[in-house]
Design a protein around this ligand. Sequence first.
Ligand code: T1G
Length: 731
Amino acid sequence: MANYSVRNQVAIISLCSPPVNALSSDVRRGILDSLKKAEQDVKVAAIVICGEGRTFCVGADITEFKSEFKTFPNLFELVDILESSPKPIVAAIHGHAFGGGLEVALACHYRVALSSAKLALPEVKLGILPGAGGTQRLPRLIGIDSSMQWIAFGDEYSAQIAANIGIIDRIFPSNADILESAVQYAQSIIGKSLINRRVSKLPVKDASKVSHIMEKYKQIVGKKSRGAIAPMVCLEAIKHAALLPYVEGMKKERMGIEALMGSDQSKSLIYMFFAERQVRNWTIPGTGINSKNTKPIKVEKVAVIGLGTMGRGIVLSLLKAGIKHVSVMELNKTARENGLLFIKNILEGYAARGTISETQKRSMVDALKPVSNFEMLKDTDLVIEAVFESMSIKKDIFAKLGQVCKPSAVLATNTSALDVDEIAMVTPKPKQVVGMHFFAPAHVMKLLENVRGSKSSPQVIATAMNMGQRMGKVTVLVGNCHGFVGNRMFRHYTVETDFMLEEGAYPEQVDTVLKKFGFAMGRYQVGDLSGNDIGYRMRTKFEMTNKQQPPGAPERERHGVRYCPLADFLVESGRLGYKSDGKGWFRYLGKNRELTVDNEVTSMIDSYRRRNKIVPRKINGEEIIERALYPLINEGFKILEEGIASNPMEIDLILVHGYAWPRHTGGPMFYAHLIGLPKILRVIERHWNNAGLREPHWEPSKMLVRLVKNHGNPDIMSWTTLERETVRSAL
Ligand SMILES: C[C@H](O)[C@H](C)C(=O)SCCNC(=O)CCNC(=O)[C@H](O)C(C)(C)COP(=O)([O-])OP(=O)([O-])OC[C@H]1O[C@@H](n2cnc3c(N)ncnc32)[C@H](O)[C@@H]1OP(=O)([O-])[O-]
């Protein structure tokens, strides 16, 4: 709803729909009713629109997209009604003016803001476009070029930047009372002509350059969008602002939003939006323990052990989260010096780019406390171990931590695959141990996969979850198993793509299909980037690699299961990827490391097939997608079945934020939901019937079979409930 009051000839319409004043049908009606009151009240000479609470307005109510979105007054009608008001309207912006909220402000005749306010048209991040005049009014204020930058990428901008380019008419200090300031501003413009204040009537200053600007952005968007549709539709809509009168341009805008709203990509992006918020409400399946009934311990002093690639990133994330005491322990002198230098250089960079102030930089550097022995960690609240991925080294460290740290200290390991319980058992208090699996580079990657050990106490879990959220991470709680959620699922992606190389595909073909699907990089280029030796080391641990096989052992089998040694051959021939002189699955040449197909790899694959009498066959894009992604989805259902993840959202967030699964497909589980579970199961069963135990990753998940058999293609939000009911009723 919207509240109405009058103060000194100025009517105040304040949006009131906590927590973020989303423009639900109630709020829209409230604005319209208040506007009519103000227009009819002869004592009112000007109007201010503001937001109650922490923000101005974050736009349309996303939860109403399927229902009240078009109910009168819908947003695109309301903005025209506002703009045509005979009395001047001032938008008073604090917090966020996002989406429809900024469009309402653009329809006002003046805009004032606190310097701390943020402005954006982020609709493209929901797979749609600004559908309340944003694509037509913004260009009339800031031009086509800047509008394409704002709308096609949906990033937020400070009030100062918005003022510099002509959106905001007056900035007030961040501690000012925005309403009082806006009322005074409104009083100062009473009586002034509104001729040049109705934005839809203004000319587009760079209209003549529209085709050149369009070409420029088509290039940029083409590269960045990776299969996402909305950015291009945004460009088309904005283009019309230069070519058509406002009313005609609005019709084009409407066609654009109607084409996008409800699309699979928009559904996927909205699912992701709510998943990122929903995941904060974590729960431990089957226990009733959750984020609402479990308090974290207070963490002021944190320590990071190991200043390698992971440790440095974790320290930076802690400093950025405002932790005032970060002990760093690295026994290797060179690694310690390099690590601290790396951290200081990154902080210098942040300050140089204005991401942090000089004062903030200094307090972050002051927060860094190098320590040289475990004794110095005795009063630390949280210790994060980030040393080399070796069980014996980690056990040694945790044994020492168990002796010196205070009883309430939370002991976290950054292992990406090792058994958290086995590590915990070397300490006197395994309940204080938890996994905090960061992703490289940890100060950039948004994901934190927290792993609850079988003994981890609810309070310790709450502390790890709370710390992840303080670090601004998408923090997901999962159970302890080999590879946790992400690595466990992704293993099948690499195994099955290698099988396709055996049967007839080539790395460039597989990667092209996966990039078309939306991955930033294909499976083989990612291997080259991160180093093909990482997977080799893991396979070595399980004595799987080619070199470790006794003479005469089958080349394409390990313990009765199908195996493809091509990746072993690559590493054993020194082709680790970028780091081995740009030789891996591909060749990376020149300053820009241009990716090129390497005939040496092609002939390695061809000779391997000849040696194993494999007659290569054509493998098309559809098969590559099914075989690369469906085993991963199948494993996702097994993870839900085992309660390692408590709902599909958690799995999707891990794959999107940790493994670059394309966000506009919603993650593997949501993608399966869009494709339809019956189809997914049909393909999995076909491969299982063909390959059987030789390819165990195709064994259908029992949960998937039950869902399809009992419910066909149930809504993703009901999967875990239906499964619980089915399992319970079977007991
Ligand atoms: C025609 C028109 O052009 C079109 C059609 C549109 O306008 S489409 C809409 C375009 N607008 C957006 O895309 C902005 C979306 N929101 C955000 O980006 C963020 O909210 C934020 C502004 C940066 C603040 O972040 P925050 O961290 O301070 O709070 P929060 O935790 O995110 O949000 C607090 C609570 O509010 C809920 N919420 C936030 N924005 C919402 C929205 N637009 N609709 C419904 N609920 C919303 C959110 O789910 C959470 O709920 P819960 O979890 O507590 O139950």
